[in-house]
Design a protein. Structure first.
Length: 506
């Protein structure tokens, strides 16, 4: 069978921040011109400066800009874009948007609208996966409203149980129920939250696993029936369903379990007709049973750690798949070398309950050195708007083993200086330095058990003190330093990296 490939004449990147920058770089390397879209709050954003062209698509609120399908399609038309890369978040998993692109003759760089609809329905995908022989968490295979059915199912599988939204994912509307007495109220509450958040109030019930690990497999599928997995990422360190630190490989898998879970991930992709890059999420129980959780139908925030250990550029592969090309390697060619860790830097104040922080970045010093990658959406002097996801950048390190990678991460975080706004850098330093993290005890309850609520320790780093002083000096010259007190100990602290350890400490 002869299948035609197509060139991507120009790609519109329907996103902002570090992921838009990441996609623009991959396009540029492939010789594909790019179009950025931006809201009025982002007119001087990094992704706008990096793209070949940029189109303002509306006011700051996401509904009027980055989620505004008509405006994005119009921008693609006007600029002659052949394809749209949605990044993560925003419209990346929106089946309606993918369908609209298909109708308009634009290539959606992701799965088909049909595959997106299937994996977006958590109950439908549980059925599909179970039929394909993939283990799912014991529980309901169809959504319902009848309280009697929930009670019967809960009785059958035993308490505690978990109520989840069928249109959900990401933990919204999830309710743990310990006894039959609490069941009805929890189902009602979950339905209310789901209805409000997703416009779909259907919920279902599962057995609750108290301290599982979150292990996800990166997959790639082309449009010619080839599917590979690129091994796992462990993402158990989360706060309110927001991932904070991810690593690969997972300390919890041995080669045998990895192979079994990898096979299940590939089967999940095949069963759902999924193409392009995606992630199959599993929960791994203490007894090493694993269960399919959901398919994340997008390039994920944490994709770089897989890129570093597998030696594959995932965005490059996404572009190739969208061109109709075959994957250039098979499962037997996939390698995993060394260990990689990612820390997400958010514009949040970890000492104030992770309250969002916005304003001007007075100074940015990026980390560097061997095995250090910084995927960054900001620059010295840029504005951080309040309207969007607070992720600023990601520090990603690779080293020969986990402990070497952990130490490299500590060093890279110590080099990272962001002044003018609050960031999660000092909190991340405490996570990576924690003895339980060092020991690999990273279950989903890690932060609540060991680090929350969080207080900044008084001991400051060393390198950051020098760099911050230089930044204040530089700021005086250019004017960006206004607002930084000359004495950092007076007024709100501009120190972003004061962890409780020093470089060279073991
Ligand atoms: C679970 C669970 C325990 N038992 N399902 C959270 C987000 C959503 N994707 C699924 N989640 C969970 N589902 C059962 N049956 C625990 C979680 C969970 C969790 C999962 C992965 C990573 C962090 C988490 C934190 C809290 C709860």
């Amino acid at each position: 069978m002869k299948i035609r490939t197509r060139k991507l004449k120009r790609v519109l990147v329907a996103n902002r921040g570090e992921i838009a920058v990441r996609v623009i770089r991959a396009c540029r390397e492939a010789g594909i011109p790019t179009v950025a879209i931006y809201s009025e709050a982002d007119d001087s954003a990094l992704h706008v400066q990096m793209a070949d062209r940029a189109v303002c698509i509306g006011p700051p609120p996401p509904m009027e800009s980055y989620l505004n399908i008509d405006a994005i399609i119009e921008a693609a038309r006007r600029t002659g874009a052949a394809a749209i890369h949605p990044g993560y978040g925003f419209l990346s998993e929106n089946a309606g948007f993918a369908a609209r692109c298909e109708r308009e003759g634009l290539i959606f760089i992701g799965p088909t609208a049909e595959a997106l609809s299937l994996v977006g329905d958590k109950v439908a995908s549980r059925r599909t996966m179970s039929k394909a022989g993939i283990p799912i968490i014991p529980g309901m295979r169809s959504k319902g409203k009848d309280p009697g059915r929930f009670a019967a199912e809960a009785k059958k599988i035993g308490y505690p149980v978990l109520i989840k939204a069928s249109a959900g994912g990401g933990g919204k509307g999830m309710m743990v129920v310990d006894s039959a007495r609490e069941l009805r109220r929890a189902v009602e509450a979950s339905m209310r939250v789901a209805g409000g958040a997703f416009g779909d109030a259907s919920v279902y019930l599962e057995k609750y696993l108290p301290a599982p690990r979150h292990v996800e497999f990166q997959v790639l599928a082309d449009t010619r029936g080839h599917v590979v997995h690129l091994n796992e990422r462990e993402c158990s360190i989360q706060r309110r369903h927001q991932k904070i630190v991810e690593e690969t490989p997972s300390v919890a898998l041995d080669e045998k379990l990895r192979a079994r879970m990898g096979e299940a991930a590939v089967a999940a992709v095949q069963a759902s007709g999924y193409t392009n890059a995606g992630t199959v999420e599993f929960l791994l129980d203490e007894d090493t049973s694993f269960y399919f959780l959901e398919v994340n139908a997008r390039l994920q925030v944490e994709h770089p750690i897989t890129e570093l250990t597998a030696g594959v550029d995932l965005v490059r592969q996404q572009l190739r798949v969208a061109m109709g090309k075959s994957l250039p390697f098979g499962q037997k060619d996939v390698i995993s070398r060394g260990h990689a860790i990612e820390c997400r830097i958010y514009a949040e104040d970890p000492a104030a309950g992770f309250m969002p922080s916005s304003g001007r970045v007075a100074y940015l010093k990026e980390p560097g050195g061997p095995g250090v990658r910084h995927d960054c959406g900001i620059y010295s002097g840029c504005r951080v708007p309040v309207h969007y996801d607070p992720i600023l950048s990601k520090v990603i390190v690779w080293a020969e083993d986990r402990e070497a990678a952990r130490r490299r991460m500590l060093s890279a975080l110590a080099e990272t200086v962001i002044l003018g706004i609050q960031t999660t850098v000092p909190f991340l330093q405490d996570v990576i330095a924690h003895p339980e993290f060092a020991a690999g005890n990273t279950r989903t309850d890690f932060l609540d058990r060991h680090l929350l609520p969080w207080k900044e320790t008084a001991d400051e780093g060393t390198l950051d003190v020098i760099l911050a002083a230089a930044a204040v000096d530089a700021g005086r010259g250019s004017g960006v330093g206004s607002g930084i007190p000359a004495d950092p100990r007076s007024g709100p602290s501009p120190w972003q990296t004061g962890g409780s350890w020093r470089i060279g400490e073991s």
